[in-house]
Design a protein around this ligand. Sequence first.
Ligand code: CUA
Length: 342
Amino acid sequence: MTANRQPETRRSRPRVATTGLAAAVVVAAAILLAGCDSPSILRSEGSAGNEIVTLAVWIFGILAVVLITVWAILVFVIVTGRRRREEDASQTKGNLRIEIIWTAIPAVIVTVLFILTLVITDRIDMPARGAQFTAVGRQWWWDFDYRELGFKSPNEIYAAEGRRTSIDIESADVIHSFWVPQMGGKIDMIPGHVNHIHFVPLKTGEYLGECSEFCGVQHGKMRFLFVVVTPEEYTAWVERQQKPAAEPTGAAAVAGKKVIGSVGCGSCHAIRGTALKGTFGPDLTHFGSRSGIAAYTLRNTPENLLRWIQDPQGVKPECNMPNVPLPLQQQKELVAYLEELK
Ligand code: CUA
């Protein structure tokens, strides 16, 4: 008998070790991820984000207590059970009181988690009213349309610190998902349906936004910048954006304006104040004022813009911007013109 039992004891040890190792890996991963540079929901700077962090901390805390309790009981049972095995191997069966207790405790825990989630979801999800602008998801960029103010600011949003930002959410093609991790929850962008999201940005700064629903090959390169500024700076930004495109001043930029009018860019792009009226691609009226190119795939520098104009399909394969073969001179003039559109 003793010889038969021996392997059982040995088998149970690695199993406990494996569970412990898996837990250690999860904890280590959580610590590493919390420290990395990508935006973390745990570093919230928005009203809705703060609610979500509160919920996450509560749930994590409750589940940590459950986990530690279960592990403590497990260790206790393994240690004492091994000692007593020889003399007492009886099972707990038909003990009504214990059965009620171990059914009631999980029921209470699940109910508490459910109520917490319900209360916080309700606080975040107030009915939307008075959206400042519409966010339209496209493959693979963001059309931020300030319809009432008369301008578009593709791939870059400005919002005023401490003021409610309310956004209508739409899609022009497939399902995308609007998400600024440090502001709050994500919301799906569904073709033919308008969703809403709102929150109060609490601290000035630049926050990365991203698409959170797989929407095709360039889903990973569908990002935008959410810039929180003071209310005064916000008003100044709106006034600048409402103006039509600036007239170019430099010689190269003046030549670039002629080039852009002659090579067909206007079939997709608009530049207010010029003959370019396309709506399929991003509005370029104030292109030079933006921080990123190609849905924040590249920083907006003359070198990166030249690279993008020369080979959009190389930078972002399968995007809707075609490679337009142009002499280098004209490419550089285009860059000079676009960068002057502040
Ligand atoms: Cu758009 Cu993923």
